[in-house]
Design a protein around this ligand. Structure first.
Ligand SMILES: C[S@@+](CC[C@H](N)C(=O)[O-])C[C@H]1O[C@@H](n2cnc3c(N)ncnc32)[C@H](O)[C@@H]1O
Length: 175
């Protein structure tokens, strides 16, 4: 199943940028969480790697995901419930992230809420990856992102579908 579990575009980014604070919206079974953390620990000591994950935990329990993450030695926190509610509350206390992976609810309302909350946790170098750009609700959310504030690149992958990569646009003061 190439669309679940480990994603090469995330692993490559984490490896190349020594990402250590990682947030994932939509965890499913935690295989991708574990994979991202394991890649991060190749550059950073495990107890300096932080993972923050959000899910309904309807198909897999938070305990199942915890057991996978405990083995990595990273610091992690899982948030259970609908991100429209849980993420909007959590962003008030969470630190800025190095990488955010938006892969939760695919409706426009969910995707938009996830982006609006996630963007408050971006520092100048944060990469936000959005899975399933080809889904209509996700597509609409991404297309609404103001290009004067954010750089948006669509990555086409035969095995992963379409992924949006979003970063803050840096303002270059005129000389
Ligand atoms: C595509 S799966 C995530 C896959 C995972 N990121 C990976 O790469 O293996 C989507 C997940 O989002 C969760 N989800 C869907 N809507 C959600 C919502 N409104 N709030 C929280 N989690 C949600 C589902 O429970 C499911 O586990």
């Amino acid at each position: 199943m190439p669309w679940y579990g480990s994603h090469s575009f995330l692993n490559e980014y984490i490896r190349e940028n020594s990402s250590r604070r990682i947030m994932e919206i939509g965890i499913l079974n935690g295989d991708n969480a574990k994979s991202m953390v394991e890649i991060a620990t190749q550059n950073v000591p495990p107890d300096n790697v932080e993972y923050y994950g959000f899910d309904l935990f309807a198909d897999y329990s938070s305990r199942q995901v915890e057991q996978k993450l405990e083995k990595t030695g990273c610091k992690f926190k899982l948030f259970e419930g609908d991100t429209v509610r849980t993420l909007s509350k959590a962003v008030k206390i969470l630190p800025k992230m190095d990488l955010i992976f938006i892969d939760g609810g695919k409706s426009f309302a969910e995707a938009e809420s996830d982006w609006e909350n996630s963007k408050t946790l971006m520092h100048d170098g944060t990469a936000v990856f959005v899975h399933n750009y080809e889904f209509s609700g996700v597509h609409r959310m991404v297309d609404n992102i103001p290009r004067d504030k954010y750089q948006v690149r669509i990555i086409h992958s035969s095995s992963e579908g379409e992924i949006a990569l979003i970063g803050k646009r840096r303002n270059h003061p005129r000389a």
